[in-house]
Design a protein around this ligand. Structure first.
Ligand code: ADP
Length: 224
């Protein structure tokens, strides 16, 4: 079984004296769906930022798809990021652009022909159940729909890895469940999914592997 994400004794400090992460080690297999849980400030987003190499650890090793990402030269980091999709709590959609253009962003960066862009955008929007909204702008959609557009954008290029940072933080419990079902479906289609959340209800409802963080340290799973 291949390993998608491997943290080995990772330490991360933004400012002295506090450590955002202290000696964190875990691995997530390719094809797994996994939650990183913990209260605000426990280090969840830091783990995601390290995986995307937005920041670097003070110590330890981080491997993504078997490659130690510290060794990737700066001009090649886009290749690492291209293999990932990221979903945020605040959606980060372009509000003056239509749904189509929002989902097309990662494909436009790749310079794909317009015909391929149209096909891939349509497939991604159909997967999240929003193909009928393709010509709307995000402000014409509900919060739940906006998050589904953000998810379509994250998966439109078939990433091997989908990272989500508090993806249900702005949604009521019913919409949150819908979004979680969508992540599970994406995972069933073969994408490794890592979801950071402080929402214990979501994790309880969607039984799966949990990596619990407390003050930058990873604890063994608490007994149910
Ligand atoms: P979470 O995602 O669980 O809320 P974070 O990873 O954002 O936690 O933060 C972990 C710790 O690192 C917190 O104490 C936070 O204040 C600190 N931190 C995060 N980002 C920065 C930053 N850019 N500069 C300084 N401290 C930061």
């Amino acid at each position: 079984m291949s390993v998608m994400i491997d943290f080995r004794n990772v330490w991360k400090q933004y400012q002295k004296p506090a450590w955002a992460l202290s000696d964190v080690s875990f691995s997530i297999a390719a094809g797994e769906m996994c939650f990183i849980t913990g209260p605000s400030g426990s280090g969840k987003s830091t783990i995601l930022r390290l995986v995307t190499r937005e920041c670097a650890p003070n110590d330890g090793q981080i491997l993504v798809g078997g490659t130690e990402i510290r060794r990737i030269p700066g001009p090649k980091i886009y290749l690492l990021r291209r293999a990932m999709g990221v979903v945020f709590q605040d959606f980060r959609l372009l509000h003056e652009r239509r749904v189509f253009d929002n989902v097309a962003v990662p494909l436009r960066v790749l310079g794909l022909p317009e015909k391929d862009i149209k096909r891939k955008v349509f497939i991604a929007l159909r997967m999240v159940g929003l193909h009928h909204r393709i010509w709307n702008t995000p402000s014409e959609l509900s919060y739940g729909e906006q998050q589904r557009v953000a998810i379509a954008r994250a998966v439109v290029n078939n990433p091997r890895l989908l990272l989500a940072d508090e993806p249900t933080g702005n949604l009521d419990p019913d919409l949150a469940s819908e979004i979680m079902s969508l992540f599970r479906e994406i995972n069933r289609q073969g994408t490794t999914v890592v979801i950071c959340t402080h929402d214990r209800d979501i994790v309880r409802k969607f039984a799966g592997r949990v990596l619990p963080l407390r003050e930058g340290r990873l604890r063994e799973r608490e007994p149910a």
